[in-house]
Design a protein. Structure first.
Length: 189
């Protein structure tokens, strides 16, 4: 079973991933980018290379996703383990907003595999602004509030377009309340 946590930066994906690891100690906990050995290097390149061309960034994400599929997802799906990932091809498609072939390329990198469940953590503009004000921004966060809210809308849209079962949660709810809602949803699979 392949469950993904999606949402814009600061929505609480990493916090929930950590909490879920306590509820599902046998689960494979992973992330994109950076869930494979090569992916860790790709993640650093994406986050810290100045003036990275948008197509180059897109293909680096695809390379990470393809290796993540090969190294983490496929072997664990074959053995029927629960996999919980911070981000997935849904983000890959949503963030590649200027690349018309994004769906096809992401689908190919995953060899047609899609998540069984997407947990989408959603933030309104005021809470996003407040959370971003409390941290140092990475290259993607520096693109601004309007950009991130557009990505959030695209995440929701592409979950529906791809036919992925989705639970959308208000990321401003208490952490434990969010965790319990996620656990309930996973347990129905």
């Amino acid at each position: 079973m392949y469950v993904v946590l999606e949402g814009i930066d600061t929505s609480g994906k990493s916090t929930q991933l950590e909490a879920l690891s306590s509820y599902y100690p046998q689960a494979i906990i992973t992330k994109e980018p950076g869930g494979s050995k090569i992916g860790q290097h790709i993640r650093e390149m994406i986050l810290h290379t100045p003036n990275l061309d948008s197509f180059c960034e897109f293909f680096l994400f695809l390379a990470d996703r393809a290796q993540h599929y090969h190294e983490v997802l496929k072997p664990n799906l074959d053995s029927q383990k629960l996999i919980i990932s911070d981000r997935s091809l849904i983000s890959g498609i949503a963030y590649a907003k200027d690349i018309p072939q994004a769906i096809a390329y992401n689908h190919a990198s995953m060899r047609g595999i899609k998540p069984h469940l997407c947990i989408l953590l959603s933030l309104d503009e005021a809470n996003l602004r407040a959370r971003l004000g409390q941290k140092t921004h990475d290259k993607i966060e520096e693109r601004g509030i309007a950009y991130m809210l557009e990505i959030q809308e695209r995440l929701q849209r592409f979950c529906a377009l791809l036919g992925i079962r989705t639970l959308t949660l208000d990321a401003t709810l208490p952490r434990e309340q969010i965790t319990q809602a996620i656990v309930r949803e996973i347990n129905t699979l």
